[in-house]
Each structure stands twice: as C-alpha cells, then as structure tokens.
Design a protein around this ligand. Structure first.
Ligand SMILES: Cc1cc2nc3c(=O)[nH]c(=O)nc-3n(C[C@H](O)[C@H](O)[C@H](O)COP(=O)(O)O)c2cc1C
Length: 376
C-alpha cells in the first residue's frame, strides 16, 4: 500500500492494522531538543481510547504508548520517533463470519477488490478507526511544537444527530475552554441531549453522525504554500484521512455560496496595533495562507457503518444477495473519539507548515554548532 506518509518537513508514516499486533507512527523531521514526556502523548491517547463510557465502543484497549526511538533524557533527538500502541482487545471471530459479506458503508468491499483479497480484513484492517491512535500520538508531538509558538488547538462536537451546540465567542479567548465534557459542547443541557440520542440509536441497533468543529487559536500569519500546498487544502486532506469524514468547510463554508460579497468579506481593522478582521467568514485563511485570525473548520462525520440493524449486502463468494447484521464492538457514534483525532491532524499540518515557513528552528535550545551560530 502506498499513501501512508503525510507532511513535507514534519513527516508522519502510519502503520498497523486493527487486529494485527499493533498500530503506530514514525514521526520524521521533528526538531531536536523538544521537551517531551511519555505522559504528553498518553494524555491525548486516553481521550481517544475505547471502553471509557457507553457512548463509545466497548473494545477493551489500554492504548499505552511505547516510544521506541527518537527521545533521550526527556528531549527529542532529531532522529525518527517511533510510537507504538499494541492491540489487545481484538476479537477476530465476528470478522471471520462476515468475511465474504462486505458491511454497507465500510471499506470492506473496496479494500477487498483493490488488494485482491490479501488485505487484513479483520476489524476493518487499515480502514479501522483504530489506526487513528497513531495519528493522535503524532499529533501530541506536533501540539508540543506549536505550543512553543503559543498556538493552541481544540475541537468539539458542534452537532450530533441534528442536535446543535451554540457558537463559541472567540473574541479575547486565550486557550481551549476548560471543562470535563468529552463532547466539548460547553453546555451540559446540549451534551445531555446528545448523549441520550446516541444511547437511543445504539439501543435501536443503529448509529448517528454529526459535525466536529476545530479551532486553532493564535496562529501565525503566513502558514500555507500556494498553490498546491495551501493551508486549507492540506488541512482538508489530513481530515479526510480520518475514516468516516464526509465533508470539510472553513469559516462560513458552504453558506458563503449564498452570501453577497458585502456580507461575506471580513473587513480589515486595526486592533491593539495588529491587523485583524471584523468577523471570520474566511475561517482564518485567505489565498491558502493563514491571516492570523483563529482558524475555524468544521468536519462532517457520517454515522458509524457497522450497525446491528439487518442490512442488505452481497455474499462475494457465492455472488448472491444476503442480509447482514454487523457483529463486533462498535462506536454508536464516531464523534466522541474522533475529536482528539481532528485536533491531532490539524496540529500535524500546522507544525509541518510552521517548519516549512522557518517559524520553528531545526534545533530547540541546546549547545551545538547551530546555537553557537555555526562558529564551532
Ligand atoms: C475514532 C473512530 C472510530 C471508528 N469506529 C468505528 C466502528 O466502531 N465501527 C465502524 O464500522 N466504523 C468505525 N469508524 C469508521 C470507519 O472506520 C469508516 O467509516 C470506514 O473505514 C469507511 O471509511 P469512510 O467512511 O471514510 O468511507 C470509526 C472511525 C473513527 C475515526
């Protein structure tokens, strides 16, 4: 399989399958000298872990990260960082029974045809949400790099099963809003309604989808390399690597198509000596380049394909139509676990572009030739 590498300077190589020994990433191009603790990565992974509530899959995984290379005495060395997460809770039985009958909405059919049936189909293999554990681990390193520039990223459920959370006022906001709510709606009533709807659909053997909103606070001006590596283009590509994503929009997004220019344009103003815009219909990106306003994007996620309601499919061995009830442990809604994945993908793309723009040095601190101005 090709297509498992992303990024130009901060490169992430993804490996592993849902029911193989492990999933993980190799991160190449991370500057040396970045302070990083295993806990910084584990904290993010714990937010994506299954089995933590009845809103998510009951697959039993500890998701403990092992750092195999690239970190020495609490700092990155400049060498590739290999991060591995073992698979512990896989149950192959369900997938042997479903082997010849592709799940509607999942990648079973396209993967089987594309790879001639040699792909590891167990648990969806490479197409499982499980591979996003590696994305989150890599994203934790990217977030640590971005923090050096004061950039913070957070995502939240904007809408699930048609129940919408309200807008966040980003004016003057310094960091991600604090709160225990894993959906990040910031309003317990909406979160409660959403949780009830997810539980209801699960009890009916069904699933629900929705929209994740991702916000980047304090981005520098100038990230993005037009014309083919625009910031919005690269962000969208990274979000589309998350299984289940069906749409991405920035700022006013699709609504912009129904506005007039006078309504859609964000006027420039001077605030505290800085050029800002009134409103943010552009979502913080103009011409594929960050303009310094918060980057605001929304990611549409479909309902989980594997459901217990009987569905029509085909038996590919016998070439006849059959009925399928998906077995195995599944998320009744992908969003609660995809929120940290969206943050991770945004962080990876921004760290890559910050390195490309020369905003993060190749060595952070230290006493080598570089920090001595090349005089050694
Ligand atoms: C965190 C996460 C968890 C997921 N959990 C499940 C799941 O339990 N069951 C399932 O059928 N799909 C799940 N998915 C979605 C499928 O992997 C995805 O729909 C499938 O690979 C087909 O890809 P597509 O929807 O992008 O076309 C999950 C995705 C993510 C990001």
């Amino acid at each position: 399989m090709s297509g498992n590498v992303m990024g130009e300077r901060f490169r992430v190589i993804s490996f592993g399958e849902s029911h193989g020994p492990c999933v993980g990433v190799v991160v190449d191009g991370c500057p040396a000298g970045l302070e990083l603790a295993r806990e910084d990565i584990q904290r993010e992974l714990n937010r994506r872990r299954p089995g933590v509530s009845d809103l998510v899959s009951q697959r039993a995984e500890r998701d403990e990260v092992e750092i195999l290379s690239g970190l020495f005495r609490g700092r990155t060395t400049g060498a590739p960082i290999c991060l591995l997460i073992r698979n512990e809770g896989a149950d192959d039985g369900a997938y042997e029974r479903m082997r010849s009958s592709p799940r509607p909405g999942h990648a079973d059919f396209t993967a089987r045809v594309k790879y001639g049936g040699f792909n590891d189909y167990r648990g969806g293999g490479r197409f499982s949400g499980r591979i996003t554990a590696g994305f989150v681990a890599a994203g934790a390193i990217a977030k640590a790099l971005l923090r050096l520039m004061g950039v913070e990223i957070f995502a939240r459920a904007r809408e699930i099963a048609g129940i919408e959370a309200g807008d966040i006022d980003l004016e003057g906001i310094e960091g991600p809003p604090k709160g225990e709510d894993p959906l990040g709606c910031l309003d317990p009533e909406t979160s409660g309604k959403i949780a009830a709807e997810i539980s209801k659909s699960r009890s009916e053997g069904d699933s629900v989808g929705g929209v994740i909103e991702c916000i980047v606070l304090n981005p520098p001006i100038g990230l993005g390399e037009p014309v083919f590596d625009t910031l919005d283009g690269d962000l969208a590509k990274a979000f589309f690597a998350i299984p289940g994503v069906k749409g991405v929009e920035f700022g006013a997004g699709f609504k912009a198509s129904r506005m007039r220019g006078s309504e859609c344009n964000d006027p420039f103003v001077i605030k505290g000596g800085r050029v800002r815009t009134l409103g943010n219909n552009s979502g913080g990106i103009l011409g594929g380049i960050s303009n310094g306003m918060p980057i605001v994007c929304r990611i549409a996620i479909k309902p989980t394909p594997s459901i217990r309601k009987p569905q029509r499919t085909v038996d590919l061995d016998r070439m006849e139509e059959v009925e399928l009830v998906a077995e195995g442990a599944h998320d009744p809604c992908i969003i609660p676990r995809a929120i940290p994945v969206v943050e991770a993908m945004a962080a990876i793309v921004l760290a890559d572009h910050a390195l490309r723009a020369g905003l993060i040095p190749p060595v952070i601190g230290g006493s080598g030739a570089r920090s001595a101005g090349g005089r050694l």
